[in-house]
Design a protein around this ligand. Structure first.
Ligand SMILES: Cc1ncc(COP(=O)(O)O)c(C=O)c1O
Length: 434
């Protein structure tokens, strides 16, 4: 009998050596520590702490028996609802329609399809979300990380984008901008978006505007680059963050008519791979994107809670000598521990990766190193997801007392005690070698 080659020899070389996504890995590691009886503060995986709004759960119940394959591009009433949602909330200058929408099993999958269907470089600010770059790597695309500056709150500046593009003007490129940002919690002003749009237009880049945290802008003032660059921007969103339904797996892309060719190509690939998104989930998502008064109230409360927790965590870290910007949206902070580097080195910790490992082992606090987000190895940044609290209790609490933003630490402790404890653990751990 002829022996089969070991599987490693037959692996696609783009996939060989790849590890599971860092966020998934930290979650599994945290769960293993919990199972071993350890106390773990799960600030690693960015999962919404809030329940799915009751009306959306009810809609899912109603449609649970739907079993047919849906159209590849998505359930037509959902595509209409998604278009109307974006039109209304982002005040888009052009009329958009259901036919401009593609629904998929998570926006992550849709991003992968874009990178597969489009041939060009992937341009990303450093830091950026963990999965964009590995997706490009799987497909053999080139990733160009553009530098940002902590003094600019890690936001991409137009001049940096321009300087990168002029080196090879005609090169096809796709730029992914994510704001409010995972990992930094920062976002752009409308003027900043207008400036970036001008550069993107000048270089005819496709922009994927990843606005999955847009509805979680802490003061509800999210703006989109699509207002300034409608012809070249794809707006990415979904149920995972603002609707608390990451595990439902539903993402949406809104294309301009100028990029219909890309939507068409992605639809062909979708038809040969996942076929369509779950029928009951799509039917329930119509209720979510129609966004009735109950969901509006849910969002107002969720934003207030995230703002209160994020601001407190940031201020506590800053007080401990860690550089950190107050978050503006979503549920992440991007602390920079450089000011502690000498003392940490004396403890054998040479950068963010070891910092995160030792912090988890010695305190049970799980966070991720900045190098997972495109920062250089050894960088002293980390991403902290302030989500380890019972979102349902917090929403109930805020409904009783809407004045949550003025609450002190003792009130925060009542509904986000684990987060407060985790930050106190980090501060005490840093303090150990003083
Ligand atoms: C910035 C960003 N974009 C996209 C996604 C993917 O979301 P989904 O595939 O659940 O729609 C995530 C999820 O963590 C994210 O943080």
């Amino acid at each position: 009998m002829i022996a089969m080659p070991p599987p490693s020899i037959s692996l696609n070389l783009q996939v060989r050596g790849m590890q599971p996504s860092a966020t998934v890995a930290i979650n599994e590691r945290s769960n293993a520590l919990l199972a071993a009886g350890r106390t773990v503060y799960k600030l690693g995986l960015g999962q919404s702490p809030f329940p799915v709004p009751a009306s959306v759960v009810e809609a899912l119940r109603t449609h649970a028996a739907r079993k047919e394959y849906m159209p590849v591009r998505g359930h037509p009433p959902l595509r209409d609802a998604v278009a109307a949602f974006h039109q209304r909330r982002l005040q888009l200058p052009r009329e958009v329609h259901g036919e401009d929408v593609l629904v998929g099993p998570g926006s992550k999958e849709l991003m992968f399809l874009t990178q597969l269907a489009f041939y060009g470089d992937l341009v990303l600010p450093s830091p950026s979300w963990v999965s964009y770059s590995p997706q490009a790597r799987i497909l053999g695309r080139q990733v160009c990380y553009l530098p940002t500056d902590p003094r600019d709150r890690w936001l991409l500046r137009p001049q940096v984008l321009h300087d990168h593009c002029v080196r090879d003007r005609d090169r096809p490129r796709v730029l992914i901008l994510n704001y409010p940002s995972n990992p930094t919690g920062q976002t752009f002003t409308d003027d900043e978006l207008a400036e970036l749009a001008a550069v993107a237009r000048d270089h005819r880049m496709i922009v994927i505007s990843d606005e999955i945290y847009g509805e979680l802008h802490h003061t509800g003032q999210h703006r989109s680059i699509a207002v300034h660059y409608p012809e070249g921007t794809i707006i990415s969103s979904g149920l995972s963050k603002w609707c608390g339904a990451g595990g439902w797996r539903l993402g949406t892309f809104l294309f301009p008519p100028e990029l219909r060719w890309l939507l068409t190509a992605m639809t062909a690939v979708a038809s040969e791979t996942y076929t369509s998104t779950s029928a009951p989930i799509q039917c329930a998502a119509v209720t979510a994107f129609e966004c009735g008064p109950e969901i509006e109230e849910y969002l107002v409360h969720a934003r207030a809670i995230l703002r209160a927790i994020g601001t407190w965590c940031c201020d506590a870290l800053v007080q401990a000598g860690v550089a950190c910007d107050r978050p503006q949206g979503g549920f992440y902070l991007f602390p920079d521990f450089t000011a502690h580097a000498d003392r940490l080195r004396a403890r054998g910790i040479t950068g963010g990766e070891l910092l995160c490992e030792r912090l988890l082992a010695e305190t049970g606090v799980a966070i991720l190193p900045g190098s997972e987000f495109g920062r250089p190895p050894g960088d002293w940044t980390a991403r902290l997801a302030y989500v380890d609290f019972a979102g349902k209790n917090a929403l109930n609490g805020v409904a009783r007392n809407p004045d949550i933003t003025t609450m002190g630490v003792s009130t925060l402790r009542t509904f986000a005690g684990r987060i407060v404890a985790a930050i106190e653990q980090i501060v005490a751990w840093l303090d150990r070698a003083r």
